[in-house]
Each structure stands twice: as structure tokens, then as C-alpha cells.
Design a protein around this ligand. Structure first.
Ligand code: HEC
Length: 117
């Protein structure tokens, strides 16, 4: 359970950096949304599974993503999880992009839960 521990620490520290504003979140246009969705299911999917059911990285079901919280999620996406295979994406995506991905994982994610399967 070491990895959960590390993430909990990130969650605890993240509020110090402050959340993104609503204006930043709405800065994503539909073309960029399509690109980010492709990134999620293909690039993230290369480790987390094309259906997000897990692979090298853990499954990313909607219920788990909601439990992590939007701030911690976008932080993990931008900065990765040090000491693990989870890379940071800040060289490729903006903070607004990361917020969009976090929101998508929590609300429109094709994988609702692992509990029902
Ligand atoms: C090179 C493989 C790899 C890629 C690509 C990758 N991840 Fe990960 N990811 C991992 C691994 C491995 C972990 C587990 C790290 C740990 O805690 O030890 C992880 C953990 C996570 C977690 C925390 C999950 C949880 O339940 O605690 C989230 C959220 C996440 N990744 C999202 C993403 C997103 C979004 C992308 C694409 C932008 C992505 N990952 C791309 C390997 C990857």
C-alpha cells in the first residue's frame, strides 16, 4: 500500500499550490478536447489499458477518480508519481489540459467502476 500512501501525500500537499480558476478550465476548445481524449485512451491507455482497465498502471475507473479528487488528479497527470513508471505530462499538456483530463476521468470516463464486472 506504499503507492496509495504516496498519492495521499500528494493530495495533502496539493492544496498549497491553489486550484485552477474557472477561466483556465474553459480555455479548452472542442478540437483540443478531441486531442486530449485521444491522448487519454491511447497514450495513457498504453499503460492503463485502452479501456482504462489497467496494465502496467492501475485501472482508472470513474469511482476511483472521483475518490482521488480533481486537484490531486491533475497534479498526478502534470507531475507524475516520482519513483514509479507514472510519467509527468507537463511538457506536452497545459494545466488547463490536465484539469480537462481530470474532469473527463471523473465524469465522462468510459470505465465507470471495477465493482460491477
Ligand atoms: C509509462 C506508463 C504510464 C503512462 C503512459 C501513464 N501512466 Fe498513469 N500510472 C502509471 C503507473 C505505473 C501508476 C502507478 C504508480 C504508483 O503509484 O506506483 C500510474 C498511476 C496513475 C494514477 C493514479 C491511480 C490511482 O488509482 O492511484 C493516475 C490518475 C494516472 N496514472 C493517470 C494517468 C494519465 C491521465 C495518463 C496520461 C496522461 C497516464 N496516467 C499515463 C503508469 C503510466
Amino acid at each position: 500500500m506504499l503507492r496509495r500512501h504516496r498519492l495521499a501525500l500528494l493530495c495533502a500537499l496539493w492544496p498549497l499550490a491553489g486550484p485552477a480558476t474557472a477561466a483556465e478550465q474553459s480555455a479548452i476548445d472542442p478540437a483540443r478536447e478531441a486531442e486530449l481524449e485521444t491522448l487519454l485512451y491511447q497514450d495513457c491507455g498504453s499503460c492503463h489499458g485502452m479501456t482504462l482497465r489497467g496494465g502496467l498502471g492501475p485501472a482508472l475507473p470513474r469511482d476511483r477518480m472521483q475518490a482521488l479528487g480533481a486537484d490531486a488528479l491533475s497534479h498526478v497527470i502534470l507531475h507524475g508519481i516520482p519513483g514509479s513508471a507514472m510519467p509527468g505530462w507537463k511538457a506536452l499538456i497545459s494545466e488547463a489540459d490536465a484539469r480537462w483530463l481530470a474532469d473527463h476521468l471523473q465524469t465522462d470516463n468510459r470505465l465507470e467502476t471495477l465493482d460491477k464486472d
